[in-house]
Design a protein around this ligand. Structure first.
Ligand SMILES: NC(=O)c1ccc[n+]([C@@H]2O[C@H](COP(=O)([O-])OP(=O)(O)OC[C@H]3O[C@@H](n4cnc5c(N)ncnc54)[C@H](OP(=O)(O)O)[C@@H]3O)[C@@H](O)[C@H]2O)c1
Length: 268
């Protein structure tokens, strides 16, 4: 019997399937997908051995859980029979900006709805996903949500009203880190390094520092103090960051993204 049906078979659905199979949380025969017209479902099926269906009734017949993983703008063009076909099922959406109220219009007979906001590192199992359910989850549905989102990395449950903030921080956050990496690379070049060496130093510094933070009981400030001796080199660099109000700029960045997320999900 198919346990989890994926509506959409693109990058994120593929990452979830890969994670579920790698963690042995499901067998290929327990996962199924459907795609649009570009052949992604066929490719995913060929690569992983999961079941590929050409019609929604066939896909959803045996599934207890449905993962909505198409593009947000494709939601309104889904086969209208999807409401009936998902009756009594758990529906988990990864669509950016589609609120539970909007999802509830399409999946009106689902046993529960979960709205999630994953991020790009989920594609290598190193993501973090914020999520919120329409009604309190039963213990078994909570297990299902943990298993599915665990395929992308870590997760945090929040009130739905906080999902715009999650979008602004961890959803858009990888781009801020990429921008920071590019800035470090350019700065390293300005300081006399080759572009390639500078990029490698920047990426590994971000990676190592993030791992150290994740593995340490000390908070960011404490770790920062540990590497900053009075009037030393790091101190000199940090003084410039403070003078240019780095934290204020990061706050503005996240709040601007949150405002945009609110605007985009206004009518959805
Ligand atoms: N990428 C990220 O990091 C990220 C982060 C957070 C949230 N999200 C959300 O994740 C969702 C998927 O993103 P993605 O990057 O995986 O997109 P994607 O690679 O473009 O995948 C979209 C999938 O939907 C399929 N599709 C199109 N029309 C369909 C239909 N009518 N019924 C069923 N499937 C249909 C496409 O099939 P064909 O291409 O074969 O036509 C494709 O398999 C988006 O809603 C996005 O908001 C993504």
């Amino acid at each position: 019997m198919t346990k989890i049906a994926f509506l959409g078979a693109g990058r994120m659905a593929s990452a979830m399937v890969d994670g579920l199979l790698a963690h042995k949380a499901a067998l290929p025969s327990e996962l199924a997908c459907i795609g649009g017209e570009n052949g992604t479902a066929r490719l995913l099926g060929e690569r992983t051995g999961i079941v590929v269906h050409a019609s929604l009734p066939a896909l959803l017949q045996d599934a207890g859980t449905v993962v909505l993983a198409c593009k947000p703008q494709q939601l309104s063009s889904l086969d209208p029979r999807v409401a009936e076909l998902t009756a009594g099922k758990l529906v988990l959406s990864i669509l950016a900006g589609k609120r539970l109220a909007r999802l509830g219009q399409t999946f009106s007979q689902a046993r529960n709805l979960v709205r999630t906001m994953p991020n790009t590192p989920g594609r290598i199992g190193a993501g973090i996903t914020g999520w919120s359910a329409q009604s309190p989850l039963s213990p078994s549905d909570r297990d299902i949500v943990n298993t599915i989102l665990g395929s992308l990395g870590k997760m945090v449950e929040v009130d739905e009203a906080q999902l715009d903030a999650v979008t602004a921080l961890s959803g858009s956050g990888p781009a801020y880190v990429f921008e920071f990496a590019a800035a470090l690379r350019d700065a390293g070049e300005a300081a006399g390094l080759s572009r390639a060496a500078s990029y490698q130093l920047a990426v590994e510094t971000i990676l190592g520092s993030a791992k150290l933070m994740a593995q340490s009981n000390a908070g960011a400030e404490e770790l920062l103090n540990q590497v900053t001796s009075p009037n030393g080199t790091t101190f000199a660099g940090l003084k410039r960051m403070e003078a240019r109000d780095f934290r204020g700029m990061v706050k503005e960045t996240v709040l601007a993204a949150k405002t945009r997320s609110e605007e985009l999900s206004q009518d959805s």
